[in-house]
Design a protein around this ligand. Structure first.
Ligand code: GAL
Length: 890
């Protein structure tokens, strides 16, 4: 017998041991090992089915991270995935940066704190629509370097960075065996797409990269994505819109989907991609149906390419990606909610999924099939299965017909399968979820004028409806055209753009002097021709100035330039401003890509023949004066010699603008509306919010309605045709102070700063539509009474669930009809059958609350409005910030 005192001492001792253990072994989990077999990752001795959400930490602020991670967890993620970003972590060779948005350790720790696992894709080439695919631009300058091939200088640098990251993670005790969240690592990225371009050396490089990674002793498995020849223990994984049926290169490796593309990125002047959630859910369900074990959404939250981090050619500042969490950190509905239901359904199947070594296949029709997972697959024949305990069996029924619903019989029961859908039956009998039946709410977002924090409630309503500009008080200063500092240099010939700028700026000025004789002028007049500037090839933007005047702008990705020029007699200053808009992030031989001009540059049409400017003497100047003087910072901005801008001043090119503004009230995410501007960059309190560019998407190419059925591609359900690709730019709340926020803008082409406004992004309207025959809420499967068999999941009625963003409540129910309502969100109307109680029941349950649920049944809605008819409840609700309500009550 242990006495009371002894027990207390024992307890203390245990607590002490636990604390010691936590300190030395990481604080997140008891240390655990990660291995794998052909079926799944094995975590602490158990196979797991895992859902992961991709979040690139520098595409958000550290202040946003906890909420993003929490929303991922709430949405059903088991893990968070991210690349590392070499050029962010080592901007100057040997000088590391793990601060702020690049605080990788903090990010991984936050993920661990929340109880989620972490998948770290080190690369260090990452693609990712990130500047130069993640490579630091200084890497190009290492003598003899060739990227991503069997090249000593490259391998040395790559190994140094990968080792640095692995060591850092180990020092911080972030690997699973140390009690940390990291369970998986990635080396390289989709090298399989490039390997052929590098011949034998490519093959050698793959082997080297694999051995190098394995040699670092990280103690968790490594993957290589899109790498069919991934050697030895390295798991080759799939990246695609669909990965069901993917087979790794060895029967001993599990099927892993590192990038489930749930949307896509876009370019300046491009349309916005949209992947419907019904198809995305179908792809995910098919993956787990057919033996997949780990799926990562690329992206679960896309975020923002702040500063000059976006890649190229021409990727926009927003990296929203149509992801389940939008650029601003708000849920994108119904994507987030429908996937949450899907994840819950998959989780319910996990015991059977991990127990079976492989599924049992049943053909149910020409385009219909079932995969059945048994906890004891060996001993269970399907014929005798009806007598088996149902808890040991989970099934996925797929209808891959794009057009027709199919009625199939499975284990003696009939199921109606909508086209292009998967039904999930966690107990092989009852429907938990169908990928095509969305019960989750839709949220309509608004980006509206922010109100000033100082005004009172009645005025607040007025200001919200007015087009309110950020301020009436702007200052401006002109950026000099051409050479602005002593720091210029003269060279005979054309230099490659990045060799000169080292990507410290988008801008590179080239200036030369052209002599034009009387004879030339006479020649042009006689022949009615004008001389032309011809450049064989150029990227991304070129602006041509003659004697200080902008005469032409060319935009393109390795395009030919033919710019007619009018010269004066005598000496003319020809200035070429070459600009990058995000460095190339994809392709072989990136180190040779460069930017600016390629081939020959000449002037044609002169009396004595062409002038070869490739051999002329050029003066070079990197960047803008304002940029290098840092006039966008709070500390330095006064240096610039600003003058007040008149309200009626005409738009001016190459101009800096500054203004001060107050932060809008509330907690909603903040956007700057730069729709009135042309092209440039913007800073708030010295933080670079990114490039902006007012280019409009083509008018055509967006379908009137998007049909989710059938294979998805990024061009399929485009939106935003005929509208500017991006007008709103995220300004993270943590970059703002209450008042006097400094906004500095560099404008290249001319815009109207007086029209710039600060807006708030909100989910204002929620809608949902659920029928009586919809499946029960997923969490009810875990209801103790259902588990104990007191009542069957079948007895549980479906529900409508509404949830405003945090800090918001449902202020009113704008529409509610239980019966046969018509239309869709913001367009609902009552049908022939309508329960008069609908509005009062829903209002009572929801108004004044952040979230609510209403049972969709006769009893839940106060009686049956029409017998024998299948009824639906359609609801439209309005969310308001709870603080607004607070204000208006006074
Ligand atoms: C993949 C690549 C990712 C990203 C994605 C497109 O091929 O691995 O890094 O670029 O394409 O968003």
């Amino acid at each position: 017998m242990v006495g009371f005192e002894n027990k207390a001492v024992l307890k203390l001792l245990l607590v002490y041991i636990f604390i010691q253990f936590s300190v030395t072994c990481g604080n997140f989990f008891p240390p655990f090992n990660v291995t794998y077999d052909h079926r799944a990752l094995i975590i602490d001795g158990k196979r797991r089915m895992l859902i992961s959400g991709g979040i690139h930490y520098p595409r958000a602020t550290p202040q946003m991270w906890p909420d993003l991670i929490a929303k991922s967890k709430e949405g059903g993620a088991d893990a968070i995935e991210s690349y590392t970003f070499w050029n962010g972590h080592e901007p100057v060779k040997g000088q590391y940066n793990f601060e702020g948005r690049f605080d990788l350790v903090k990010f991984v720790k936050l993920v661990g704190d929340s109880g989620l696992y972490f998948l770290l894709r080190i690369g260090p080439y990452v693609c990712a629509e990130w500047n130069f695919g993640g490579f630091p631009v200084w890497l190009r300058d290492i003598p003899g370097i060739e990227f991503r091939t069997d090249n000593e200088p490259f391998k040395r640098e790559m190994q140094r960075f990968v080792t640095k990251i692995v060591d850092l993670m180990r020092e911080e005790k972030l690997f699973s065996w140390q009690g940390g969240p990291i369970i998986l690592l990635q080396i390289e990225n989709e090298y399989g797409n490039m390997e052929g371009s590098y011949g034998q050396k490519g093959k050698e490089y793959v082997k080297w990269a694999a051995n190098m990674a394995l040699g670092l002793g990280a103690g968790v498995p490594w993957v290589m994505c899109k790498q069919t020849d991934a050697p030895g223990d390295i798991i080759d994984t799939c990246n695609n819109y669909y990965c069901d049926g993917y087979k790794p290169n060895s029967p001993n490796k599990p099927t892993i989907w590192t990038e489930d593309w749930d949307g896509w990125y876009t370019t300046w002047g491009g349309r916005l991609p949209h992947r419907p959630v019904e198809d995305l859910a179908f792809a995910v369900a098919r993956f787990f149906q057919r033996g997949g074990s780990l799926m990562n959404y690329y992206m679960y939250f896309g975020g923002t390419n702040f500063g000059r981090t976006s890649g190229g050619p021409f990727y926009i500042t927003s990296y929203d990606y149509d992801a389940p969490i939008d650029e601003y950190g708000l849920r994108s509905e119904p994507k987030w909610g429908h996937l949450k239901d899907l994840h819950a359904a998959i989780k319910l199947c996990e015991p059977a999924l991990v127990a079976a070594d492989s599924p049992q296949y049943m053909k149910l029709g020409p385009n219909q099939e079932a995969h059945v997972y048994w906890e004891n697959a060996q001993s269970t024949g399907l014929n005798s299965s009806l007598s088996e305990s149902q808890s040991t069996c989970s099934a996925f029924l797929a209808n891959i017909d794009e057009h027709n619903t199919a009625t199939v019989t499975f284990r003696g029961k009939s199921y109606s399968l909508p086209p292009w859908s998967v039904s999930i039956l966690p107990d092989c009998s009852n429907l938990a979820f169908n990928t095509a039946k969305v019960g989750a709410q839709t949220a309509m977002k608004v980006v509206e004028y922010a109100s000033s924090p100082k005004i009172s409630a009645p005025e607040l309503v007025m200001t919200k409806s007015e087009a309110s500009s950020i301020t009436e008080s702007w200052m401006s200063v002109k950026e000099p055209i051409g050479i602005w500092s002593e720091n210029n240099f003269t060279v005979q010939g054309m230099l490659e753009h990045l060799k000169v700028t080292k990507d410290e700026s988008d801008y590179l000025w080239h200036m030369t002097r052209i002599y034009v004789s009387d004879d030339d002028i006479a020649f042009w007049e006689e022949n009615q021709v004008s001389p032309t500037l011809v450049i064989d090839s150029m990227r991304d933007v070129l602006r041509v100035f003659i004697n200080g005047k902008l005469i032409g702008s060319i935009t393109g990705h390795w395009v030919k330039v033919m710019q007619p020029i009018q010269f004066q007699q005598g000496y003319n200053d020809l200035i070429l401003l070459s600009q990058t808009v995000g460095l190339q992030n994809y392709g072989a031989f990136l180190e040779k890509d460069g930017a600016g001009f390629r081939g020959q540059t000449k002037l044609t049409g002169f009396k004595n023949g062409d002038i070869d400017l490739s051999k002329a003497s050029w003066i070079y100047q990197v960047g803008l004066k304002g940029e290098f003087q840092k006039i966008f910072t709070v500390e330095e901005n006064e240096k610039a010699g600003w003058t007040e801008l008149k309200l009626d001043s005409t738009p001016s090119t190459f101009t800096w603008y500054k203004a001060y503004f107050d932060s809008p009230d509330g907690s909603e995410p903040v956007a700057l509306d730069l729709g009135s501007m042309g092209k440039g960059q913007a800073w708030v309190n010295g933080h670079h919010i990114g490039r902006y560019w007012n280019l409009t998407a083509p008018k055509d190419g967006c379908p009137n309605s998007c049909n989710y059925r059938g294979a998805y591609g990024s061009n399929k359900c485009m939106t935003n045709c005929g509208k500017p690709t991006q007008t709103w730019y995220h300004v993270p709340r943590s970059w703002l102070q209450e008042s006097n926020n400094l906004l500095v803008i560099f404008e290249e082409t001319g815009g109207d700063p007086f029209e710039i406004s600060v807006k708030l992004r909100e989910s204002r309207i929620l809608c949902a539509q659920v029928s009586e025959s919809h499946y029960p809420p997923l969490d009810q499967w875990l209801n103790p009474d259902v588990i104990d068999g007191k009542f069957s999941i079948n007895d549980i009625k479906p529900q409508i669930r509404l949830q405003c963003e945090d800090g918001h409540i449902i202020s009113s129910i704008e529409f509610a009809s239980y019966g046969t309502p018509h239309g869709s969100c913001q367009n609902f109307s009552e049908g022939n059958c309508h329960s008069p109680n609908s509005l009062s029941v829903v209002s009572k349950a929801c108004e004044g609350r952040n979230s609510c649920s209403v049972e969709v049944s006769n009893s839940g809605l106060g009686g049956d409005p029409c017998r024998g008819v299948l009824k639906t409840l359609a609801v439209e609700a309005r969310c308001v910030s709870s603080s607004t309500i607070g204000v208006s009550q006074f």
